[in-house]
Ligand binder design. Structure first.
Ligand code: SF4
Length: 166
């Protein structure tokens, strides 16, 4: 399946979630957050096209990772491709974290089958747009204080938003 990325896969990241992580930088974002650090990831036709098959082959050769993190850009613009990669990552024992400019409530309320399918594969979601007035460099894994680190599995089980704890 085709997928557009903003840049090549990074591995051994320690700033996009706990442990050593591989990061997928998806291309395309529609949130236009003021002060965004990655404006080059916004055009839907920017970056470059690759395939989930090619990415999965690359992931097979990356060792000692705790998990994968989808960043961007807005990963929910390409939910089907991201689901496929996430499913593979779970099959090799990695956890799945995802950034999104949508709030968790917005994602749920939309009830988009492709978004739901991707949400099924996500362990932890860092949600909400980057808000410049709420920028805080001391926050773990986030840029602004409105963004939440949500434990999706626990939240679903409890039917309530449960924040991730280290
Ligand atoms: S959601 Fe992320 S990539 Fe998109 S505009 Fe906001 S900060 Fe930038």
């Amino acid at each position: 399946m085709k997928i557009r990325l903003a840049s090549s896969i990074t591995h051994d990241s320690i700033v996009d979630g706990p442990g050593l992580r591989t990061v997928i930088w998806t291309q395309g974002c529609n949130h236009n957050c003021l002060g965004c650090h990655n404006p080059e990831t916004h055009p839907l036709n920017g970056g470059f096209e690759t395939s989930t098959e090619e990415i999965i082959e690359k992931l097979k050769n990356i060792k000692l990772q705790k998990g994968i993190t989808f960043s961007g850009g807005e990963p929910f613009i390409q939910p089907k491709a991201c689901s496929e990669i996430a499913r593979f990552c779970h099959s090799i024992g990695w956890d799945v974290w995802t950034y999104t400019g949508y709030t968790y409530e917005q994602l749920l309320n939309e009830n988009n089958p492709l978004w739901n399918e991707f949400l099924e594969q996500i362990d932890v979601l860092i949600d909400g747009p980057f808000i410049l007035e709420k920028k805080d460099l001391t926050l773990l894994y986030r840029g602004s204080s409105n963004q939440r680190i949500i434990d999706i599995k626990k939240s679903k089980k409890n039917n309530n938003i449960i924040l991730w704890e280290e």
